[in-house]
Design a protein around this ligand. Structure first.
Ligand code: ADP
Length: 259
């Protein structure tokens, strides 16, 4: 199909963009990248053509999470070509464009320029583009929201009070950018000890659901703190690509996001 619709390089206003789902969080380290990659893989398992953009330019992790860290993208017609991954989800990350471990100390305009390249790549085959945003609520995020008008946003938080307060700011950021908030996901919610099976709540439990209620937004579900998620992430094998309770949790989340 002619999805490009006469798109021209250097003519971003005319680029046919897939539906963008932005994944944000108020602060770093709450599992936003983990959630983004697993959501993308789970959406692909539902039969959608999904691409993943790692817009977390200061801490890019999607190249590793999809096992593509040694790849470099080529350009075609002055636009980047997404990198295929083993999991059926093509990806582009700042990590693909910079040397491993290279620290970026860019000011807002440069960062926004780099992100534009990732977003204006050859995504014309995708139905949905999952965009892993930088944590927080700064100018870069707002620019991206204004320029690329996501169809919806998913916000990730841990059950902890501090993370929740920051998540509230993220909700406000999307509201300001007129992006509909699809809902809040509680990550690292409950921990089942792999040795004794006892369940504990290192970061509390249920806080995100109560906060979603208070803010009048949907609660999309909980993902437990599970060592398998961390280990598989490090190995570049998203749990959502496999079988079992965690894959099911991401499949349920993807179904809610899709509908
Ligand atoms: P963020 O993108 O918000 O900075 P990451 O997705 O990079 O956070 O996650 C931070 C760390 O926590 C990573 O090592 C990741 O593997 C781990 N992690 C995230 N979510 C879970 C989870 N539900 N269970 C276990 N480890 C997790």
């Amino acid at each position: 199909a002619d999805r490009e619709g006469g798109a021209q390089a250097g003519d971003p206003g005319k680029l046919a963009m897939p539906r963008i789902i932005a994944v944000g969080s108020g602060k770093g380290g709450v599992g936003k990248s983990t959630l983004s990659v697993n959501l993308a893989v789970a959406l692909a398992r539902l039969g959608l053509k999904v691409g993943l953009v790692d817009a977390d330019i200061y801490g890019p992790s999607q190249a590793r999470l999809l096992g593509t860290e040694d790849e470099k993208p080529v350009a075609h017609d002055k636009r980047l070509v997404p990198i295929a991954s083993r999991w059926g989800v093509p990806v582009l990350s700042m990590a693909h464009l910079t040397k491993a471990g290279q620290a970026l100390a860019w000011r807002g305009p440069m960062a926004a320029g780099a992100l534009t390249q990732l977003l204006e790549a050859h995504w014309e085959d995708a139905d949905v583009l999952v965009v892993d945003l930088p944590p927080g609520t700064g100018d870069v995020q707002l620019t991206i929201l204004h320029k690329f008008k996501p169809a919806g946003a998913v916000i990730v938080s841990t059950p902890q009070d501090l993370a929740l307060i920051d998540a509230t700011r993220a909700v406000e950021l999307f509201a300001k950018g007129k992006v509909p908030v699809l809902g809040l996901v509680e990550n690292m919610s409950g921990y089942i000890c792999p040795h004794c099976g006892e369940e504990s709540d290192p970061f509390g439990c249920g806080g995100a659901e109560a906060e979603a209620d208070r803010l009048g937004i949907a609660f999309l579900g909980r993902i437990p703190l599970d060592i398998a998620i961390r280990k598989q992430s490090d190995a570049g094998v998203p749990v959502a690509a496999g079988q079992g309770a965690q894959a099911d949790a991401f499949a349920a989340l993807a179904a809610r996001v899709r509908d």
